[in-house]
Design a protein around this ligand. Sequence first.
Ligand code: ADP
Ligand code: MG
Length: 721
Amino acid sequence: MSDFSNSALELADSRPQNTAPTLDRIDITALKGVGKKLAEKLHKLDINNLQDMLFHLPLRYIDRTRVIPIGALQPNMSAVIEGEIQACDVVFGRRRSLMCRLQDDTGSLTLRFFHFTGSQKNNLIKGARLRCYGECRRGSSGLEIYHPEYERLELANELTLEQTLTPVYPSTDGITQQRLRALSEQVLSLLDSHSLHELLPEDLRRHLHQVPLIEALKYLHRPPANASVEQLLDGEHPYQQRLAFEELLAHNLSLLRSRANTQSEGAPALPFQQTMIDNFLSLLEFRLTSAQDRVSAEITNDLCKSIPMLRLVQGDVGSGKTVVAALAALQAIGNGFQAAIMAPTEILANQHHINFQRWFEPLGIKVGHLTGRLKVAAKREQLALIASGEAQMIVGTHALFQQGVVFADLALTIIDEQHRFGVHQRLSLRAKGDREALDSNSQESKQLHPHQLIMTATPIPRTLAMSAYADLDCSVIDELPPGRTPVTTVVISSERRQQIIARVNAACDEGRQAYWVCTLIEESEALEAQAAEATWEQLQQALPQINIGLIHGRLKSAEKQQIMQAFKAGELQLLVATTVIEVGVDVANASLMIIENPERLGLAQLHQLRGRVGRGSAASHCVLLYSAPLSHGSRERLNALRESSDGFVIAEKDLQLRGPGEVLGTRQTGDMQFKIADIQRDSHMLVSVKSTATMLLQQYPEQAHALIDRWLGSKDLYANV
Ligand code: ADP
Ligand code: MG
């Protein structure tokens, strides 16, 4: 990218010299008609000043610039139409209504009024000509418009055609579209006398072929009648792309800035602990793969520094992330600090607890654990161990970052299956290790943060990773431990359920173990548990000679643990489960998985589930037992799963089929709300967004901060990443 140092001057000069305050400095109450009450409602929409009003962009547009022939109308279309009344009658159906048949040269439709006055009825007479506006829908008489705005053409002419497309703004209770339009109208008219900062340096803007900001805003609030509504609705219009670019830029800047802030603060430096690591590795039941070795070295490097680490480890299911986390933890513990690992489910936390105890206790390291379902006494005991520092390694769930949990000296937080957590949750755990320290050089007090390691088996496609994580450091474990056999996946209709049950029987006879996973659409643990219970009973009847366990989210913690242990020990041959076993569960001898109604789950989730088998040397199978008929999309998803076992390929496919919202998980998309940008649609900009952000922050820090304020305002979630 070229050198923009000259344009700093140009930019300063190009700012209007008038003395009127810029729009971001004028409170929204300066507008006519905005009192305290309305201001409060606008505040809910994040509109506090006049600039905010301009960046409150239309969601869609209505075309009231021309009359549409009735014959060209489609359901859900909003349009202005004109025609002659053929008939008008009060009908007594389920609800009394006034129905008015309107016809033009191309067709006819029904205007329907559920509420109407006598004079309305007298006005809508056969032969009268009307101009109407409203949204068409499919009704009992064909196309209908309920409660249209209308006007007799021979009489007044209030329902005039508009000069521009009509914007429809995002709104909230108690603010009408008319209100929002009137307010934006006022602000638009102020643009001539008041300035709004163009925050992209002029050279850069031209270099990127972006239109000026003000031009784009004016256009998007009031597109001319000839604008392509279609292009606008798709968000592909160059003026929208200009703003989308700026918004993505602001998000990226916010990530970069917070990263820079954190890095300017410190972390405890944790030098490598050779002896301890050697001891650990000599006791470990396997040798690290070269990918685990490499990633572990990357982490070691980060931890040695007095800058807080923020590293994402991506590795497909079964690639062996846990042991990499353990190595990182040892580096903290060897230096006299605590390390904590947080898992999204209790089952997984328990499994980690067992593993870390097995690995660490021979080294004389005490492992504490904390989950929401601990009994009061046990919880009190654990909290004391954590607070005193006696527990050096702490394993837990969301319980770890709750109030009342105090760590003695937490220097490393590890988030497992991070896609199941929100940014705030990760930061809340980090905060447990924050502390003030005296800088040995300057003698000034300085904020210290723990290092953060975040792990995921849901590979994030590159494009998404770039915008969701900006400059986060990434490591990839791109190799599975040796001796794994790939899982063969088959897609079978539930009509062949009996056959599948016979197959489970045969597998168990051979000494193998199996999972039977029940899924539900509703996010209701109770219903899901019920469904699993019914299946469990059914399978027990069908397979009386097999030991069948049942596990679901409604069981008590101890019960869950007991069942998992029995399955691991081989006492149970078949485990009927809900998706609670989705993450992390590791039983090498299980080589068959049946997933009922897989069409209800996303690709990433299915891939995770399937990752529970194929962990040993026996050939493994996954049966996707769907209920016919399958929609086209579902079929495509299940086929993708059958054809690939590579998490990255599946993630890209998922992104293609479902879009970024679903792929990143609701948690994270909740964290990543855009006003106008759409990561998938605008992914072609991301490379340029990233390089522009880096340059801007270095050369134009003031503009960079202003951009963040403009687009994220108080919602700058990353203020403290
Ligand atoms: P994930 O990356 O899905 O979290 P885990 O850490 O649970 O994977 O590891 C899966 C299984 O592979 C565990 O049983 C673990 O002990 C085993 N494992 C991990 N690394 C190796 C290795 N290098 N060689 C053999 N087995 C390994
Ligand atoms: Mg894991």
